[in-house]
Structures are given as C-alpha cells and as structure tokens.
Design a protein around this ligand. Structure first.
Ligand SMILES: [Zn+2]
Length: 129
C-alpha cells in the first residue's frame, strides 16, 4: 500500500508505502524522508562525509579505487557534495543500491537536489528510505 506523505527533512511530497523487507538500503516506509534526503543522510552517515576531503576509509566504504578518490579530492566543483555531479560517483551509489536491494531505483535520485539538500538540518530518526 502506498500513499503520499511529506518528507520530514525537506518537506516535498513523497510516496510512502510498505517497504521490501529484503531492502537493506533506502527501504520505503510510511513516514520519513524523500529519496534525495535519504541519499544525503546515507552518504553523510556512511563515513562522516560532511567534510570536503575524502579519506581512505570513506573510499573503501563506497568501493572506490584511488583514481576515483583522486578525482573527488581534486574535483573542480569544490567539496564532497559538489562531487556528486561526477557520474562515476553516482555509479558507485547505484552499485551499493543494487547490492542492498534498495526499494528506490538509482534513476529516482535527483543529484542536483541532493547537493542542494546537503547542508539543511537533519530530520528526526526514521525514514521513507
Ligand atoms: Zn527530502
């Protein structure tokens, strides 16, 4: 069962519903945050990525090789959030989503919105995704 609800972090309308119990990442729920806020919170919590410079532990968490890390750390956009425009970074999260049987599809992510939402205050616990 699905129903429209409001993201508890950014306030947009989001499609809530029953999640797949096998989803280990971005599981749909009745209340919580939209998929774009879910991406922000996942990446920030994954390896403390509020900082602009990626370290080796963060790179391992996203299964990134040294060339990819160098691209992030020297990216022309500035901090980590802006590096999310890089396709190979987006592909890393898509692989994580597939491996984690995500309810959300990688194509649902609006990366420009994710970057916009990076610095807003975090919501209460729980989540649509
Ligand atoms: Zn949101």
């Amino acid at each position: 069962m699905s129903a429209t609800t409001q993201c508890e972090r950014c306030g947009v309308d989001a499609c809530g519903g029953d999640g797949n119990p096998d989803a280990r990442i971005f599981r749909r729920a009745q209340h919580g945050v939209c998929v774009n806020c879910g991406v922000v919170l996942f990446l920030q919590r994954l390896a403390n990525m509020q900082t602009s410079h990626m370290n080796p532990a963060q790179a391992r968490a996203l299964n990134m090789d040294s060339a990819q890390v160098d691209a992030v750390n020297s990216n022309p956009f500035g901090g980590f959030a802006e590096s999310l425009r890089l396709v190979h970074i987006q592909e890393c999260l898509a692989r994580v989503m597939r491996a984690g049987k995500s309810d959300a599809h990688p194509g649902e992510i609006d990366w420009e919105r994710v970057i916009e939402l990076w610095d807003i205050d975090a919501p209460p616990k729980g989540g649509l995704w």
